[in-house]
Design a protein around this ligand. Structure first.
Ligand code: NOJ
Length: 749
């Protein structure tokens, strides 16, 4: 009965999914083959499929495990010859010949490293991100790796949290759009062996770790869970994500790996997910220190009964599941469902028909022109120009000597960022390399790093750089964070530039020469002093293998910056968590011009002028979500709507004119925001509902239309049902989340 339901569900869902090529007939055939296999499997063999091991090189022990069917998946092996050999043992020497699923954390590129996911989100260019993911899939699958633990869909609003680097930032919609693009790119149409199974992670709420400390508890109430944290996962499931990973955190006391309500009722029940769920690394066993499980046996039972199909590295499934079934604490039919989910993914990836790779070809696809060009383009589009007093683009006719300085100017490993086990720094082109290569003939490039790494204090080095600045016409200072300062378990209490970097920036500025700051980092930083004294700031996150050429081309004006902030940049570390889409207090700092108070003005003004802000950091961030400058200036007309009133099922047509008022061709990211003025529960002051990159020549105007289905205004309200509530809304079209004039409309019923 259950199997038939799954089949119908997946067939109905197919048009919306990425694997269009798979027909219902094929799906039925797959389910029949799974039935056949399941009927032959012993309980131990079934449990083996649910066990994932980390492997490094060829080991007889692992080979024996595979041969006796004790493991269904391995992670971390990258040598195609070793992978082929393990695969051969699984296919030819294990009793049932079930192929292995080989996994790796390929988070922002494999050999060719793309900007960190936060940087990719800054492109606001899902097509480009999808293309990058596709090329990454081609690069990595050639080595036999068919499963990546990406995309990370954790809405991240706390820049202290090191893993913000791996996210698409603070916004639910942006995380959803970018996550779906990555899923489509990795998996392709599942028609050949370049499809790489995506893994939507970490389910769920991990990005809300209390105080930004990794692995910490989260306290997300059910409504915020539905409105803010779950939607990117639902979108990824709709895009066809084949797998999903549970999270380390306990939310309101329930660890992600033991959360039956979310894994069973929401993921499988409501969304119809028919891929498989894997734990995070040892997160089943980690329910013991959480104080949720008493021992390994209990942990296995909790994870299994919550709906987790595969155990990554806890070994509690292999140790205890057989006994738990014998004692009746776990149902064998649940084991069958888990194995069915795992085998279904292996079939969809074509592993049964085509388990091996051509070892000789694995290297051919690495660092090829297509993937390097996509990495360059992504780095180019991900850089955000935060400040420019006119010094950029550099006028090279007036520059004879340029000082290249700072610890990130020539840091090939660090510019790749977190999670780059496989990127080889020999292939990275740094800004120093690129500037020397492209400008070296007519401009003298002085290189004086000042600091050899970002956290270093070195007054002598700083003095040398400041001295060199006096000889230069312009200073290009490359600062930021080493790769190791963000990512898993790398959190900070203070998000200003570390080591002697601030001292160095001040010393460079004191030279009186134009100072262009280039920052490469894994998180938003507080750049208060820097924004005061630098002439320009270009923030490029960790831009990856091709970061150098991209930055050099932006500085020289060969291209105009077009990245936008996927995260708010706070004015002080103490402002975090800090995000644009917050609810309003009853005493907002800025009188909210969009609210039509029909109460006497005096009553609307708060007692003694008390409003919601910090005495030493104010209310506003330094740079808002969506912000970014170009080498031109864009003007928006006030948006017009096709109607004043809409009902359920309508589509709101939002028209506006965008004009390039400047002197350079440039790309604007037009952003659509909405506010539901009064709800059954308080609603965010703004929510992103759409965006579009538009490139215009100087003086050019373009008529643009956003189509916003009224259904996109739905949220989970007081009654915990998701629906659109009738009433008044405000709408903005602007270049960032803090700009623009609003127009209003009504939803009626
Ligand atoms: C732990 C991380 O939380 C997760 O994101 C990653 O995929 C696994 N380790 C596997 O390496």
């Amino acid at each position: 009965m259950k199997r038939i339901r799954n089949t119908i569900l997946s067939c109905l869902a197919l048009p919306a999914l990425a694997f269009m090529a798979v027909s219902c007939g094929q799906e039925d055939e797959t389910e029949a083959r799974i039935d056949e296999l399941l009927s032959q499997m012993t309980l131990r063999e079934k449990i083996g499929q649910m066990n994932q091991l980390s492997v490094s090189g060829f080991s007889q022990k692992v080979a024996d495990d595979i041969r006796r069917g004790a493991t269904g998946s391995i992670l971390n092996e990258t040598d195609p010859a070793v992978i082929n050999e393990y695969q051969r043992i699984a296919v030819e020497e294990s009793r049932l010949g079930i192929p292995l699923l080989v996994a790796r954390d390929v988070i922002h590129g494999y050999r060719t490293v793309f900007p960190i996911p936060l940087g990719m989100a800054a492109t606001f260019d899902p097509e480009l991100v999808e293309r990058g993911a596709r090329l990454t899939a081609e690069e990595v699958t050639a080595s036999g790796i068919r499963w990546t633990f990406s995309p990370m869909l954790d809405v991240s609003r706390d820049a202290r949290w090191g893993r913000i680097a791996e996210s698409s930032g603070e916004d639910t919609y942006l995380n959803a759009v970018m996550g779906a693009a990555m899923v489509r790119g990795y998996q392709g149409d599942l028609s050949d062996s370049t499809s790489l199974a995506a893994c939507a992670k970490h389910f769920v709420g991990y990005g809300a770790a209390e105080s930004g400390r990794d692995y910490n508890s989260t306290w997300i109430p059910p409504r915020a869970m539905r409105n803010v944290y779950l939607p990117p996962f639902e979108t990824a499931v709709k895009a066809g994500a084949l797998t999903l990973m549970t999270s380390f955190n306990d939310n309101d006391g329930v660890p992600g790996t033991g959360n039956a309500e979310l894994l069973k009722d929401v993921l499988r029940g409501e969304w119809g997910f028919d891929g498989f769920v894997v734990t995070d690394w040892a997160s089943a066993a980690e329910m013991i220190p959480h104080g949720f499980a008493s021992d390994g046996r209990h942990a296995a039972s909790l994870a299994m009964n919550a709906g987790v199909d595969m155990d990554m590295m806890s070994n509690v499934y292999s140790a205890y599941l057989e006994d738990l079934v014998k004692r009746g604490e776990v149902k064998e039919s649940d084991i069958d469902s888990a194995v069915r989910n795992i085998l279904r993914v292996k079939f969809r990836l074509g592993l049964f028909d085509n388990p091996y790779v051509d070892v000789g070809k694995a290297l051919e696809v690495q660092y090829n022109d297509s993937v390097m060009t996509a990495a360059y383009r992504t780095a180019l589009e991900s850089a955000v120009l935060l400040k420019n007093n006119g010094v950029l683009p550099l006028d090279r006719s007036k520059i004879r000597r340029v000082l290249v300085t700072g610890p990130m100017a020539d840091a090939p490993h660090d510019q790749m960022g977190t999670w780059t086990f496989d990127g080889q720094k020999e292939h990275t082109i740094t800004p120093l390399d690129a500037i020397r290569e492209s400008w070296g003939d007519d401009v003298e490039v002085i290189y004086e790093p000042g600091l050899s790494y970002c956290r270093e204090f070195n007054s002598r080095g700083v003095a040398r750089a400041a001295e060199a600045a006096r000889r230069a016409d312009v200073i290009l200072a490359f600062m930021g964070e080493e790769a190791i300062m963000s990512g898993e378990a790398h959190c900070l209490a203070d998000i200003t530039l570390k080591g002697g970097q601030r001292e160095m920036i001040e010393a460079l500025a004191a030279s009186g020469k134009p100072l262009v700051l280039n920052i490469m980092a894994g998180r938003p930083l507080v750049l208060d002093m820097e924004s005061e004294i630098a002439d320009a700031i270009l923030f490029s996150f960790h831009p990856g293998t091709m970061g150098g050429p991209a930055i050099a081309d932006l500085l020289s004006g060969k291209a105009s910056p077009s990245g936008r902030l996927p995260s708010t940049f706070p004015a002080a570390s103490g402002q975090v968590p800090c995000y644009y889409s917050h609810n309003n207090t009853g005493r907002p700092f800025r009188g909210d011009e969009t609210m039509l108070y029909d109460i006497p003005l005096e009553a609307a003004q708060t007692s003694l002028g008390n409003t919601s802000y910090m005495l030493d950091a104010g209310f506003n961030p330094l740079y808002p979500f969506g912000y970014g400058l170009t080498y031109s200036a864009f003007e928006y007309s006030l948006p017009t709507l096709d109607r004043q009133e809409y009902s359920d099922g309508d589509v709101i047509r939002v028209s506006f004119t965008l004009t390039n008022k400047g002197k350079a061709e440039a790309t604007e990211v037009a952003q659509l925001y909405v506010r539901d003025l009064v709800g059954s529960v308080t609603r965010p002051v703004k929510e992103l509902k759409g965006f579009r990159r538009v490139t215009l020549a100087p003086g050019e105007s373009s008529e643009q239309v956003f189509e916003l289905p009224v259904s996109e205004l739905a949220f989970v309200g007081l009654d915990m049902k998701k629906k659109v509530e009738p009433g008044e809304f405000s709408l903005w079209v602007a270049g960032d989340s803090a700009s623009g004039e609003s127009v209003n409309f009504r939803v009626i019923r």
